[in-house]
Design a protein. Structure first.
Length: 299
């Protein structure tokens, strides 16, 4: 992997890892529905401007049903669920929960295609489950009253990302940028009817507005561009390594800016989840093969 690609990878992980920080800062004032509506709208507008600058065509309107499905399962509903969960749980814990998305994707894919899991994948699922048990069992926030619903919401959001990945594999004729652009407009439309039910009692101050702007433009719109560039540079398999770095940054930002504790259970649980994800996705051998092939090509 070239230095430029490595920098892109780390930057993307740092950006996506900070999204839970910005949600936790702004959701108490704006509420989940309004905040996620603004997030999706800002990302959609950003991608529209980017399409104009890069002279890309707009997403084909005939694919509107696909964009609605993708916008619902990959953006609108998981955005809402994470925004609800972060009101009770720490940003650190949710960043690790979000990293279980590939585990859900493998399980859902096996059920959907009726293809049994390989022993390596089964081992990975059990390791991921063990990691989650350590995290939840020893996290003080997860023991509070009402935290059970927040945990269900968090894992529900992660599982929806797994559903989206399986669905996207079946629809390969649409360009990734069109998927991002079209689904973000679809998410904006889907979330709009919920806005009247999310009144704002306090006028947002400058830090809240900045957090919302960073969440929509940086963590959603700009992050998509970085991800697509990374896929083009190193391939989808190697780009998957961003999944393993997001919790590291999510925990770091939560500790640095929110004062969230980092105990032994945080480290152990995160390592088990990431190891389980690596086994389920077959990431390690694929990543090694991609990197070696890239090295041979450069020679």
């Amino acid at each position: 992997m070239r230095w430029a690609s490595a920098l892109c990878l780390v930057s993307l992980a740092a950006i996506w890892g900070s999204s839970f920080l910005f949600i936790r800062i702004s959701v108490p004032v704006l509420g989940p529905a309004l905040l996620m509506e603004v997030r999706a709208a800002l990302a959609a507008v950003f991608l529209l401007v980017t399409a104009g600058v890069l002279k890309k065509s707009l997403p084909p309107i005939q694919n509107w049903r696909h964009f609605l499905i993708l916008g619902f399962v990959n953006s609108a509903l998981p955005f809402l669920l994470f925004a609800y969960a972060v009101q009770m749980l720490t940003a650190s814990l949710l960043s690790v929960i979000s990293a279980t998305a590939p585990l859900w994707g493998a399980l859902i894919g096996a059920l959907w295609y009726r293809k049994p899991l390989m022993p390596r994948q089964t081992t990975g699922l059990f390791l991921g489950l063990a990691g989650v048990s350590v995290l939840v069992g020893y996290d003080s926030a997860a023991q509070l009253e009402g935290a059970s619903f927040a945990l269900v919401a968090g894992f529900g959001a992660a599982s929806l990302y797994g559903v989206a990945s399986v669905y996207a594999q079946a629809v390969t004729h649409i360009a990734p940028f069109d998927n991002a652009h079209g689904s973000m407009w679809a998410a904006t439309l889907l979330l709009l009817p919920l806005v009247p039910f999310s009144p704002v009692d306090t006028v947002p101050d400058a830090p809240i507005l900045l957090a919302v702007l960073m969440l929509g433009v940086l963590c959603t719109g700009f992050a998509y561009l970085l991800y697509f560039r990374l896929v083009a540079d190193v391939g989808a398999s190697a780009a998957l390594s961003v999944t393993f770095l997001i919790p590291v940054f999510g925990i770091f930002w939560g500790y640095l800016f929110l004062g969230e504790p980092v105990g032994w259970h945080t480290v152990l649980g995160t390592l088990l989840v990431l190891l389980g994800t690596a086994l389920v996705t077959g990431f390690l051998p694929r990543f090694r093969q991609v990197v070696l092939s890239k090295a041979v090509d450069h020679e």
